[in-house]
Design a protein around this ligand. Structure first.
Ligand SMILES: C[S@@+](CC[C@H](N)C(=O)[O-])C[C@H]1O[C@@H](n2cnc3c(N)ncnc32)[C@H](O)[C@@H]1O
Length: 273
């Protein structure tokens, strides 16, 4: 049984904020407590103070804690219906309107499966429009707070399990074998620029985007932080630009005045043209 110790909780979160470089203030309280408890149970300790002792003794526990706090589960073509909607209609329209000069941002990209899926869809749409060369014009910025995930994104080598939701052409056309795994092809990787960015405390990249993905990231943030981010995304979108959220996320705050709903099920919004 884990004791109800508010002071211990505060001391631990202060230390984690300081030493792990995470702004925990912006994380939902319940979410934070649940995640900490998962690690405490895994270490068989019952108090926050004991858990701090574990962090002192076992440096590797820091990595496990960071993973637990910034869960970075992702897959290629995650939520296939969302990608299908983009592929069939929205992406070809955007590419056509911008003559291939599409600027996109995957905010909270984890290990890169999302931005690479988008790059593959751009290649598909460009080829279908008879402009395969447009892929040289596509710019996808992929950001995340987690350095290890970003390292994996840069390596771009993934096990078969990362493709469970993806149609066969994703590996067949756009990856090459790397032993048991798959490496994303160079022409796809070239479209994606990977950077570290903490959405809770750094200014968002100064740019105008046609497409912003922020899926399964804001669920960890409290409402004021979500509203602030959504407002920034709405501002950063070009007229006619598209915002895609995760399937359980809801657009909140002033961003609702700037963005109109395109697809309620897939959480797709568009800035007025
Ligand atoms: C569940 S993954 C989502 C990956 C991908 N967008 C998807 O839906 O498949 C959540 C990602 O958000 C990142 N994240 C959490 N807090 C963040 C923050 N403050 N700034 C930037 N990224 C953050 C985590 O590191 C993690 O990679």
């Amino acid at each position: 049984m884990i004791v109800d110790d508010e002071e211990g909780f505060r001391a631990l979160t202060r230390r984690v904020s300081r030493e792990a470089g995470l702004t925990l203030d912006a994380y939902k309280d319940k979410c934070l407590r649940r995640r900490l408890l998962v690690r405490m149970r895994a270490c068989s300790v019952h108090t926050y103070a004991e858990y701090m002792g574990v962090l002192d003794r076992k440096p590797e526990e820091w990595e496990k804690l960071k993973d637990a706090l910034t869960i970075n589960v992702t897959r290629f073509y995650r939520n296939a219906e969302t990608w299908d909607r983009l592929r069939q209609e929205l992406l070809p329209g955007l590419l056509q309107a911008r003559n291939g000069r599409l600027a996109a941002w995957s905010a909270g990209c984890s290990s890169g499966e999302e931005p690479y899926t988008l790059a593959m869809l751009c290649a598909e749409s460009a080829a279908a429009a008879g402009h395969a060369g447009w892929t040289d014009r596509v710019r996808i910025t992929a950001t995340d707070i987690d350095r290890e995930s970003l390292e994996r994104a840069r390596n771009a080598v993934y096990p078969q399990a990362s493709f469970l939701e993806a149609p066969a052409w994703v590996t067949g056309k756009y990856c090459e074998r790397a032993g048991e795994s798959w490496r994303v092809r160079e022409d796809i990787r070239r479209m994606v620029t990977i950077k570290r960015l903490d959405l809770t405390r750094e200014a968002i990249p100064v740019a105008a985007y046609d497409l912003i993905f922020c899926r399964n990231v804001v669920i960890y943030f409290d409402r004021p932080m979500q509203e602030r981010l959504f407002a920034q995304f709405a501002e950063a979108l070009l007229p006619g630009g598209i915002l895609v959220l995760g399937k359980v996320e809801t657009l909140l705050g002033v961003a609702r005045e700037k963005l109109t709903l395109v697809d309620a099920r897939e959480r797709i919004f568009r800035r007025a043209a």
